[in-house]
Ligand binder design. Sequence first.
Ligand code: HEM
Length: 313
Amino acid sequence: EDKPAEQAKPVTEQLVDTLTTLSGGPHAGFRSNHAKGVMLEGSFKPSAQAASISKAAHLQKAESPVLVRFSDATGVPNIPDANGNAFPKGIAIRFQLQDGLSTDIVSISINNFPAATPEDFLGLLNAVRDSQNSTAKPSPVEQFLASHPAALKFVTTPKPAPVSFATQPFFGVNAFKFTNAAGQSVYGRYQIIPVAGAQYLSKEATDAAAPDYLMTDIAERVKKQSVQYKLLLQIAEQGDEVNNATVQWPETRKTVELGTLTLKTVVADSKAKEKTLMFNPLQLTEGIEASQDPILLARPTAYAVSFGRRLGK
Ligand code: HEM
């Protein structure tokens, strides 16, 4: 029997298709999610205790160059930065290691995810899509949220507009396994905390914000002074869920400071360069391994589909 082509596609490709539909795309040359962004350069300096967590190269040596891309959610290339759909914000960090190697961290501005599996995430996105031209009461998305508490929690978590990318905390959401030189391992989740502190716009300022205020602000800010974040790792305890991005760990869990990220300049040809780059949360290095979180494991495939389409392939 012939199956409809849509059903035969892998879930990761269906996810990219639905993200594209939701953004009114395809928008040639842009990411199918987090399409609007800006890239900066700087450096990462590990803390004294970072080596006790992992033997990863950038956590041992004095300093590593980094490339960072901040972004707005959705595949809409010109979404206004303060638009309600432009959340969560994203940060992608590429640590340049020796011999042309690198490792990435790709995080968002909220400390949870709406789905534990790619199938469930597709269910949510498809329900949003199907609600756009639907008169059904309850709508498909209302029905989905009623039966998926993690998705309901995600969509109802306040996502205030930050004053600046420099005042926005970011969270890794997916867990990784970290192993030090003595062979001791822990599971942890990244937190990227602005040294300037978390600061958000008032309702009035949000409504009045210029469409590109975040992109403009960060470019102006680094001209005056470098922008810094602490890279922290929240450490799991025995019994904590490491393979489910919808489950937060208690705030009382120990966090270890891994180092300081310092951003100094905007990449001159940011627009051209970001097009030919793909950040990848599974671009890891010895001393850091993936958990078995199905969301984490699905991400590189979805990103690669989007990357291929961006390159016109
Ligand atoms: C199955 C779940 C997910 C899917 C299907 C998905 C899909 C995508 C896609 C298609 C892109 C564009 C990639 C490219 O073209 O280079 C993207 C980018 C991005 N995603 Fe995800 N994503 C998922 C989960 C997550 C999670 C859990 C996080 C963070 C904790 C995240 C944060 C980001 C960020 C920050 C970017 C922009 C990266 C950049 O600047 O290049 N995503 N996502």
